[in-house]
Design a protein around this ligand. Structure first.
Ligand SMILES: [Zn+2]
Length: 288
């Protein structure tokens, strides 16, 4: 009996270890100071220079050793700051590990609030520094400006603009995965806020800007414009379906986004995307 139990536990641990090892963290250099690390979860940007290193988002705790090893290849010093674009696990899961290694986590006030609800007061997952409308980090001879976009993907989204590099980190306001954004309605997000944020960022970038999405490969202004058009079209299609159909189930059955030929992730199937658009645009899940 004990032998069987031990064997089961060992198998479970081996499977878990294999899953962690399955993910290979890769690096792409965008600029003399800025790299992107792709693993599992949100894209990480690393800013590396004479002062040291800081990163934007940190994926999951179990990937932290691999992420740290990659960062060490770029600069021997550990990350000094971690900027979070929003509160989701796949962007903040490494916060505790990096904080314990000496990094200071920075994020919007609402990220602090939501991580405190989840992890408790005093947890090292929480930002040490939180901000309102914006914050600028002066490091490595460059100024990185974090700008809050209210009620977009969540209620605590920050987009990061750099003073020298023509690069912007969008967090999950931009999913470059051939589908629609995850509108985290329960986390304070909205379609209107996502569209407003996209409009604002598009007005501040040019044809040479490298755009880091929260998920998917590096993109550019043209890619961001196509995405904006797709989100706007989806909003119009949803409003049309809501005017015609009486219930959420009827809207789902009508398949309002069919003509957009979208890709759907396993964790964000079509029904969920439709439901979140519906709720964000004022649809009630339960009819009176
Ligand atoms: Zn997210």
């Amino acid at each position: 009996m004990i032998a069987v139990l031990v064997a089961t536990v060992v198998t479970a641990l081996t499977v878990k270890a294999a899953q962690a090892e399955d993910v290979e963290v890769t690096t792409q250099q965008l600029d003399k100071h800025i790299y992107v690390l792709f693993g599992r979860g949100g894209n990480i940007a690393a800013h590396v220079g004479a002062d040291g290193t800081y990163i934007i988002d940190d994926q999951f705790a179990k990937l932290a050793p691999q992420i740290k090893a990659k960062l060490k290849e770029l600069n021997p010093n550990a990350a000094e700051f971690v900027l979070n674009t929003h509160y989701h696990d796949d962007h903040t899961g490494g916060n505790e590990v990096f904080a314990q290694a000496g990094a200071h986590v920075i994020a919007h006030h609402n990220v602090h609030k939501r991580l405190e609800e989840k992890h408790g007061a005093g947890s090292e997952f929480l930002p040490r520094l939180s901000f309102g409308d914006d914050l600028t980090l002066h490091f490595n001879g460059e100024h990185a400006r974090l700008v809050h976009y209210a009620s977009a993907h969540t209620d605590g989204d920050a987009v990061v603009f750099f003073s020298d590099a023509n690069i912007v980190h969008m967090g999950d306001i931009y999913f470059n995965t051939g589908g629609l954004p995850f509108v985290d309605v329960d986390g304070g997000g909205s379609i209107e806020g996502i569209l407003a944020a996209l409009q604002s960022v598009l007005a501040q970038i040019d044809d040479n800007t490298q755009v880091i999405p929260g998920h998917g490969p590096i993109s550019d202004k043209a890619g961001l414009m196509r995405y904006q058009a797709s989100v706007a079209k989806a909003k119009a299609l949803m409003l049309k379906a809501m005017a015609k159909e009486q219930t959420l189930d009827a809207v789902i059955a009508a398949d309002p986004f069919a003509e957009l030929n979208l890709k759907y992730a396993d964790w964000l199937p079509k029904e969920r995307v439709i439901t979140l658009f519906y709720r964000s645009l004022g649809g009630k899940e339960v009819q009176p």
